[in-house]
Ligand binder design. Structure first.
Ligand SMILES: [Zn+2]
Length: 460
């Protein structure tokens, strides 16, 4: 059996051309059912080639005469233009046309009609597919995935994918800085913003191998349970508070609306909160506090009979301090931890070393951040966020899963920053093909298939 797939070109309801795209041979008894992946890709590529060439011929013909005064335009020459599409690389003859005298251009100036239509030699959809998959997989994996399912062997490369991510990342960065002229889509009110940061290995030279890339990730929680992410590399933005401001703007938070920011004790978050003119309120997240108490409890396991200064078992006393902090009585907890700390400070034995340090760290953390401690119990019962765990999971989602340390990847500050922009935009469901194709309008009066403007297409 032989299956032939043809394309018919129909112009003004009149069939003008009939071309064979593909022919498949099938042995009915032995061959598998349907088209193979390779045959499907070949068919798509052939159809796309035919489609693109037909369109480009039309566009070239459309430029045979001036759009304004209908004077005949002269051709300077032809060259080949490569157009990368989601269904393969297509090479088409591209005319270079001299401007009309009415266009006010210098004498002899020329333009290429096709470069206006596909300015980067790539369709927005192919760029979108590349950056979307590169946001989730390594550049090489994204490239091989696309090559596996689409006929894009010649159209994409690993370095090309990397370059597209940078270009789109920069574009998203510019778009986030630009105050949006479009009204924000209606979003439910923000209940809290949780912020945390993650670390990546820097790709700097080996002698400075200790450098890391600090990626900050935040997540806004909306009433109703939906969330939205933002991310940046610390030294790639002029100000972290401006960044927070932009993000809240894009979430539809009014300038006088009160928003709670949940974060750990890192000073950079305090700077971000202090720097904005918004009435933000920062609270210390419960997760990090609970972890600190947990480390004391683990160290105290070695001394089950040890007594606290007030005569209670040390284990129970630590529990009591945690209970006080949970119920918003951090002042009392800090005082009682200080007493335990002072007793342990007097002991010189090495076995108390770990216990002493975990108590000291917890006491220091709570007393340093006492302004940001709240009644966590009450917040919890009101279903308000108390933990930056939502931000930790965001760090995992944005940073670790793609740029993970375990994958031995190394990053530059800028590379990580731009990829993070693409990744959060996609995770927020807001990544779209860029609208960079200038809409091409054919002249009001189409002048038919003018011969010199069509000859290379007919020959090809
Ligand atoms: Zn003209």
């Amino acid at each position: 059996m032989r299956i032939i797939i043809e394309a018919h070109l129909v112009d003004d309801r009149e069939q003008t051309e009939r071309v064979q795209l593909c022919a498949f041979e099938r042995e009915l008894t032995t061959d598998p059912i349907g088209m193979s992946l390779a045959e499907g890709k070949a068919l798509l590529a052939a159809a796309q080639r035919y489609f693109v060439r037909g369109q480009c011929a039309g566009i070239s013909c459309g430029h045979a005469r001036c759009e304004v005064c209908d004077a005949k335009l002269s051709l300077k020459g032809w060259h080949q233009r490569k157009i990368r599409t989601a269904f393969g690389l297509v090479q088409v003859p591209s005319p270079r046309v001299r401007y009309c005298s009415c266009a006010g251009q210098p004498d002899g100036a020329t333009f290429s009609p096709l470069s206006k239509v596909v300015p980067h030699g790539m369709t927005p959809e192919l760029e979108y597919l590349q950056v979307k998959w590169a946001a989730h997989l390594s550049y090489a994996d994204a490239c091989s995935l696309l090559r596996e399912v689409l006929p894009v062997e010649q159209a994409i490369s690993v370095t090309g994918v990397k370059r597209r991510v940078r270009v789109v990342g920069q574009e998203l960065e510019l778009a986030s800085e630009r105050p949006s002229s479009n009204p924000q889509p209606q979003m439910p009110p923000v209940t809290a913003v949780a912020v945390d940061s993650g670390w990546l290995k820097h790709c700097c030279p080996p002698r400075r191998h200790n450098r890391n890339v600090n990626v900050v990730v935040g997540r806004a929680c909306f009433q109703g349970g939906t969330t939205r992410l933002y991310s940046y590399v610390h030294n790639q933005v002029p100000s972290s508070s401006a960044r927070l401001d932009q993000f809240l703007d894009s979430c539809g938070v009014g300038h006088d609306e009160r928003v709670t920011v949940v974060s750990d004790g890192a000073g950079e978050f305090q700077k971000a909160v202090d720097g904005t003119a918004r009435p933000l309120c920062r609270i210390l997240d419960w997760f990090h506090i609970a972890m600190k108490f947990r480390s004391i409890e683990l160290c105290a396991l070695k001394f089950p009979r040890m007594l606290a200064p007030n005569g209670r078992l040390l284990r129970d006393e630590v529990q009591a301090c945690k209970w006080l902090t949970w119920h918003g009585k951090a002042g009392a907890a800090v005082a009682r931890l200080k007493e335990i700390h002072d007793v342990l400070d007097g002991k010189d034995e090495l076995e108390y070393f770990n216990l002493y340090w975990s108590v000291r760290r917890t006491w220091g953390y709570l007393s340093l951040n006492d302004r940001y401690l709240v009644n966590y119990c009450r917040r919890h019962h009101r279903n308000l966020p108390i933990s930056s765990a939502i931000a930790e999971s965001a760090v995992n989602q944005v940073v670790s899963l793609r740029m993970a340390k375990k994958r031995q990847m190394r990053w530059s500050d800028q590379g990580a920053h731009l990829l993070a922009q693409v990744r959060v935009t996609d995770l927020n469901g807001e990544l779209r093909p860029r609208a960079f194709a200038v809409p091409w309008r054919p002249p009001a009066k189409l002048n038919g298939w003018d011969d010199p403007f069509l000859r290379p297409y007919l020959q090809a």
